[in-house]
Design a protein around this ligand. Structure first.
Ligand SMILES: *[C@@H]1O[C@H](CO)[C@@H](O)[C@H](O)[C@H]1NC(C)=O
Ligand SMILES: *[C@@H]1O[C@H](CO)[C@@H](O)[C@H](O)[C@H]1NC(C)=O
Ligand SMILES: *[C@@H]1O[C@H](CO)[C@@H](O)[C@H](O)[C@H]1NC(C)=O
Length: 188
């Protein structure tokens, strides 16, 4: 066989074994054999600043009702866009190791509570460039609460897990808070 024929055969074989082919936009479904999973524990503080000239969370929509638990936080239906720094220690001046970006929606009617849709991205160390997705109810008036980890990117691909939260500081007048996160992440 000449060279071009060999190359053509290699091409045919590669195409045949590629998982993405053959049926238009989808492949054949095959048995998924999950790789062994790992567990990683994370510990950091989330700095949520609503007040002041440089807020990390801003209200982007609110209903026009007048009933509110609280001017800044509590109006049922308020939507916040968030880019909260994650720090190694509890102080705002502590080393920043990532950020939480997404939306928080004030969804409690009887009790002040949020539902959060946040991507926690890390910018330091082993997990630089990786992130975990949290989609969960967040009853912020409870000092200790648990959020669900529903996915991840990069080294946290296919993540599941949970985050234990503890309010370290909160000012219900300004809406500012510092929250300790202890996260158990199970991932590929
Ligand atoms: C809310 O919006 C509705 C519809 O535009 C209006 O009729 C009502 O007066 C508004 N209520 C308040 C409290 O602004
Ligand atoms: C994190 O990753 C980015 C993009 O790859 C890189 O530019 C940056 O230097 C890394 N930072 C650290 C602290 O490793
Ligand atoms: C809470 O926030 C209010 C309004 O911004 C401020 O006046 C007050 O000093 C803050 N309290 C604490 C303990 O930080």
């Amino acid at each position: 066989m000449d060279r071009s024929l060999i190359l053509a055969w290699i091409l045919v074989l590669c195409t045949a074994t590629s998982p993405l082919c053959c049926k238009g936009y989808y492949s054949n479904s095959v048995l998924y054999v999950p790789p062994a999973k790992k567990v990683t524990y994370l510990h950091f503080f989330l700095q949520d600043t609503i007040s002041g000239k440089n807020p990390s969370a801003v209200m982007v929509a609110r209903p026009n009702m007048t009933t509110a638990f609280n001017d800044r936080l509590g109006l049922f239906g308020s939507v916040f866009a968030t880019n909260d720094p994650l720090t190694f220690g509890p102080d705002l001046t502590s080393e920043v190791i990532g950020n939480a970006q997404g939306l928080s929606v004030s969804t409690g009617q009887d009790v002040l509570s949020l539902t959060v849709y946040l991507d926690f991205g890390f910018t330091k160390g082993e997990f630089n460039g990786s992130s975990i997705s949290i989609f969960s109810r967040n009853p912020i008036t409870q000092t200790e609460r648990e959020l669900a980890v529903v996915g991840g990117r990069g080294k946290f691909r296919m993540a599941t897990g949970f985050a234990k939260l503890k309010t370290y500081f909160v000012n219900f007048t300004s809406g500012d808070a510092i929250v300790e996160y202890k996260v158990t992440v199970i991932h590929h």
